[in-house]
Design a protein around this ligand. Sequence first.
Ligand SMILES: C[S@@+](CC[C@H](N)C(=O)[O-])C[C@H]1O[C@@H](n2cnc3c(N)ncnc32)[C@H](O)[C@@H]1O
Length: 305
Amino acid sequence: MNEFIQINPEFYKRYSSVDGSKEFWEYMSKPMRQSIRINTLKGDFEDIIETLIESYGNVFEKISWCKEGFFVNGVEISGSSLEHQLGLIFIQEASSMIPPVVLEAEKNSKILDIAAAPGAKTTQIAQYVENDALLVANDVKNERVNILISNLQRCGAIAHVTMCDGRMFRRYPESFDYVLLDAPCSNVGMARKNYKYAKIWSIRDVYALSRLQKQLILAAYETLKSGGTMVYSTCTLDPLENEEVVDHLLSNTNAELEKIDIKSCLRPILKFGEREYSNEIKKCLRIHPQCFDTEGFFVAKIRKP
Ligand SMILES: C[S@@+](CC[C@H](N)C(=O)[O-])C[C@H]1O[C@@H](n2cnc3c(N)ncnc32)[C@H](O)[C@@H]1O
């Protein structure tokens, strides 16, 4: 019997209505494989890979959407390993590597990571611009900002760290060339790694998070310059926190979506119960665990004309 029925029947019911396939629940119950990102701010790509193979054997499998990313098959690299402590690698979920890749931030630009802690994506962006950009990493929670700072240091990533409610950035219109909003969410995609997320899940939280995400996405768009690019992402599968939030942005601004060039095993949801979303939402990326044997994830790439 599916363990999610016992852990949280409401959770099971809701996500069966999002994806009722056998494979979905099979993969939700399957242990996650680990993945890492090579941090080229701390060394040469080939040298780091060689060191890793010497230490762990040939257990690394390329992740198709991120050339610095690898699945680790059969062994587990610990957070206390030398490679991790030295910042040569970042232990990072494979699907969570997509937003910085899709953002395509360029050097000499102004970049805002509005909900940045613990810094997986900030350090990835810093790596892509080779520390040659004005990168602002913000988070609202003090204890998480501390982890963010230590990860930036460990990885040799240069960023200005701020601690405020991301909605505050609406007071700084047209300020950044690139904005990443990796939004606080109900973590349904992570329930595969940790059943705790299914246990504590409630529909009330989903509604509250959806409201917050709509405010954050409007603030993020406001602070984006004309001609700029923004990425909205979550590690959850609820349409109210994904398609609905992007639809809210499209209905209230002149934002345009750009198609993400990764082929998932299913499409974004355009109709959910009574709710219907813009056809444009088709351009977003919805990943369920069975697509690539990863966490569930959602990504939208947005342009400001
Ligand atoms: C999904 S996590 C971000 C993960 C991070 N981007 C990474 O890749 O390591 C969402 C973050 O949003 C932060 N957050 C929650 N509410 C916020 C708000 N109103 N403004 C800014 N950040 C917020 C949380 O503290 C949390 O660290």
